[in-house]
Design a protein around this ligand. Structure first.
Ligand code: PRP
Length: 181
């Protein structure tokens, strides 16, 4: 039987499952960095809890930066050009090891856009960590270097992910109930 939260939401990935997987991702990233420094770039807002936990799982000398994007393609799912940077990086990333931290890789439109503009700044390395991946939804050819969980096309909320800005603070990743349910 599926686990449910006190609010009656069905849990897809529990806080314990998330914590275990995030620790594993952190260990892998630590190994891959081979003692070098890291700039962790969170994509607001959904990536905030994941970045906070992942950052404490990597054992490297790390700094944080944040970007925010607005996706005009949401809903229409047509154009990869329909993404706008509404908050840029605070610090230059030239020559740095950069890790883009995302809660979810869906169509790939957002990360394709971010990867393109970040590469123009000539980082030493550019990698992507996505807690969730929905490969069946991909419109752009892009993969994350580190994926927490590959999931089917489900509407998920919690651990940073929202519905109309709500539910971001749920500790578990839950399924959004169908309207009227
Ligand atoms: C989500 C997620 C990614 C993007 C992925 O952000 O955090 O940034 O969508 O989708 P894509 O692969 O189809 O481009 P959202 O626009 O919901 O904003 P939020 O992080 O503020 O919730």
């Amino acid at each position: 039987m599926a686990t449910t939260t006190e609010q009656g939401l069905e849990v897809l990935l529990s806080r314990d499952q998330i914590a275990t997987r995030v620790r594993e991702m952190g260990e892998q990233i630590t190994k891959d960095l081979k003692g070098e420094k890291l700039v962790m770039v969170g994509v607001l807002k959904g990536a905030a809890p994941f970045l906070a936990d992942l950052a404490r799982s990597v054992q490297v000398d790390a700094t944080f930066d944040f970007v925010a994007v607005k996706s005009y393609a949401k809903g229409s799912r047509t154009s990869s050009g329909a993404v706008k940077l509404i908050k840029d990086l605070d610090e230059p990333i030239e020559g740095q090891n950069v890790l883009i931290v995302e809660d979810i890789l869906d169509t790939g439109i957002t990360l394709t856009y971010l990867r393109k503009i970040f590469l123009q700044h000539h980082p030493k390395t550019l990698r992507i960590a996505a807690l969730l991946d929905k490969p069946s939804r991909r419109l752009e050819q892009i993969d994350a270097d580190y994926v927490g969980f590959s999931i089917p096309n489900l509407f998920v909320i919690g651990y940073g992910m929202d519905f109309a800005e709500r539910y971001r603070n749920l500790p578990d990743i839950c399924l959004m109930p169908a309207e009227g349910a």
